[in-house]
Design a protein around this ligand. Structure first.
Ligand code: GDP
Length: 613
């Protein structure tokens, strides 16, 4: 193989060495690693049929392709790995408890409620929150901070449980996709009057993929027609076999509405956790955990709910959460009470961060403010690169021209604004997974926490984007502006609904596809010459039917000799007819086309719109 050369200058080809590049790296990053001129790599990519600029971040495949061409083995470093390395460079280890076995103490399980829409997830979370406040703290009004703690008695012992207060598996999965494990155990809610539904299956698959044990809450047993037994039967098919049938999944029949059997459900969760999991953490170290939700508060600035996973978080600690950092100014628990410290599995609202972190971001306490700032800044830079790579679609040089000419790639631009980073991210990641084929592309131009602002409308105007407000509204003059500019702003409060509508919109953007359908064939038996009409084919219809005004082609000895003709005249004996069925004879006039011979076949067809799947 020839070494690629540019302008006669040989490129530094490798000897199969490994080059490590972070996801979303650019050709310049690559060039730096192998001591090459970035421009020469641009040229190499160009020769490979791809047009990229030196500083643009490119996809994993492009980096791999370039590596192959240059004889390097490219290793793409995932964001999680990279983050671990980043922390290691500060001598910080994330994710492991310090001090070994003896330092570990039991901690409450963290629970997510999942299931099909309308099966009662929200109602159940409310019921638990109301009836199972932790003893001694009753009376506090619970605040929505994204998670809360409840308690129940199991074998005369008070056991705490932590609930993630965003029902559904979207948020859960979005976090998991970012390498964050937020949940120990899942409650799968199935309405007994409705049974297993598509999202029930989806939810349980997500839980299984995350290797999270499942407890099934068979809800709405108060409703007429409720059939809890049927639910058990249905779930057997998905590998969830009830204990009473010899399986190892606990099913509890409840009514979230009437608050019935909630304690039994919590007990089942605790027992399942005890049996399947070893939930212990070291409470005596610098706190680490993940962010569950975050938003910008008018009065208090950036606030984030974090779940402490190990160690104890204290007011005054310096923490870094994703690309945000700061000194903990105050902490509030799920009742809105100020607290000074929070141990493992405790969710707390933290005040004092520089900006709004993302749901699923990890947090850790560090000794020095400077360290926190440096880590946060490095992460922010990396985020920018990665986000850019994700959103850039590659168009190969080969079809670039064609694509531009034909306007083939239709693009739906979106701007997402939401009430909390958790929901915005869940929405974004669900939308990015939508796939309706090659020709239509979804681009998220901007996403953020907060109201729909005039700036959002500006951006939408400039790029023909649709604005999605998830649990937020427009602010200031944004509504008038949107109306004036004709920007489509849509408001939602259910993720599922956004996905459905956007998917429908994407499908609607697809150009109709046509397929050819053969209508009939006619064999030419004789050719009549008419001075007025030109040649007329005397035919026998061999298959289907031949209709006037349909498209036709002429086939001779199996080869198409003429295309795109029209059946202009059709006769049976002396009469003009509109169609002739197979087995009958007739006369066909192909308009100006006269080159027909005996034994030719005239095949007629029409183009029909193909239904989209
Ligand atoms: P989600 O979409 O799964 O969060 O469902 P919701 O919690 O919003 O509940 C959907 C509807 O079912 C609401 O109207 C609830 O009041 C109702 N619901 C929830 N649980 C029960 C129950 O145990 N019994 C009855 N009768 N209705 C319930």
């Amino acid at each position: 193989m020839q070494a690629p050369s540019v302008g006669g200058v040989m490129l530094p080809r490798g000897k199969g060495e490994t080059v490590r590049l972070s996801r979303g790296a650019s050709l310049t990053d690559f060039a730096e690693k192998i001591n090459a001129n970035p421009a020469s790599l641009v040229q190499v990519m160009f020769n490979l049929g791809e047009m990229v600029t030196a500083t643009q971040s490119v996809s994993d495949e492009t980096l791999g392709l370039l590596g192959e061409e240059m004889n390097y083995v490219v290793q793409i470093v995932s964001p999680e790995e990279e983050d671990r390395e980043l922390l290691e460079s500060f001598d910080i280890e994330f994710g492991e408890d310090e001090g070994g076995e003896k330092a570990l103490m039991p901690r409450p399980p963290v629970v997510t409620v999942m299931g099909h829409v309308d099966h009662g997830k929200t109602r159940l979370l409310d019921a638990i929150r109301k009836t199972n406040v932790i003893a001694g703290e009753a009376g506090g009004i619970t605040q929505h901070i994204g998670a809360y703690q409840a308690a129940t008695e199991v074998n005369d012992e008070e056991r705490k449980l932590t609930f993630i207060d965003t029902p559904g598996h979207e948020a859960f999965t979005a976090m998991r996709a970012r390498g964050a494990k937020s949940t120990d155990i899942a409650i799968l809610v199935v309405a007994a009057n409705d049974g297993v539904m598509p999202q029930t299956v989806e939810a349980l698959n997500h839980a299984k993929a995350a290797e999270v044990p499942i407890v099934v809450a068979v809800n709405k047993i108060d409703v007429e027609g409720a059939d809890p037994t049927k639910v058990r039967g249905q779930l057997t098919e998905y590998g969830l076999v009830a204990e009473e049938y010899g399986g190892d999944t606990m099913f509890v029949d409840i009514s979230a509405k009437q608050g019935e059997n909630i304690d039994a459900l919590l007990e089942a969760v605790v027992l399942t956790a005890d049996a399947a999991l070893d939930l212990r953490a070291n409470p005596d170290q610098d706190a680490q955990g993940i962010a569950i939700e975050a938003h910008l508060d008018r009065g208090r600035g950036a606030v984030a709910t974090v779940l402490v996973q190990r160690g104890t978080l204290r007011v005054g600690d310096t923490m870094v959460v994703g690309d945000a950092y700061g000194r903990v100014r105050a902490m509030l628990d799920d009742k809105g009470e100020n607290i000074k410290e929070a141990g493992p599995a405790t969710p707390v609202l933290v005040l004092g961060l520089t900006n709004v972190p993302g749901a699923g971001d990890n947090f850790l306490v560090v000794e020095e403010d400077r360290t926190a700032r440096q880590i946060a800044e490095k992460r922010a830079a990396r985020e920018r690169n990665a986000a850019f790579a994700k959103r850039t679609r590659r168009v190969s040089l080969e079809d670039l021209d064609k694509v531009l000419k034909a306007g083939e790639v239709q693009q739906l631009n979106l701007i997402i604004k939401g009430d909390a980073s958790g929901s915005v991210e869940a929405l974004e990641s669900s939308l990015m997974q939508l796939d309706v084929g090659e020709e239509v592309d979804l681009r998220i131009l901007h996403r953020g926490v907060g109201a729909v602002t005039e700036t959002d409308i500006d951006l939408a105007t400039g790029s023909d984007a649709i604005v999605i407000g998830f649990n937020v509204r427009a602010e200031g003059r944004a509504t008038q502006m949107a109306e004036r500019e004709g920007v489509d702003v849509r408001y939602y409060s259910v993720i599922y609904q956004v996905i459905e509508e956007i998917e429908a919109a994407l499908k609607g953007m697809l150009k109709p596809e046509y397929e050819e359908v053969e209508l009939g064939t006619a064999e030419i038996r004789e050719v009549f010459r008419s001075s007025k009409l030109g040649n007329i084919a005397g035919v026998l219809i061999r298959s289907g039917e031949v209709r006037r005004n349909t498209k036709a082609r002429v086939v001779r000895d199996g080869k198409v000799v003429a295309e795109n003709l029209t059946i202009e005249g059709l006769r049976r004996f002396k009469d003009d007819v509109t169609e002739i069925r197979d087995g009958f004879e007739g006369g066909i006039n192909l308009g100006n086309y006269n080159d027909i011979k005996v034994d030719d076949v005239i095949a007629t067809y029409e183009m029909r719109e193909k239904p989209r799947g």
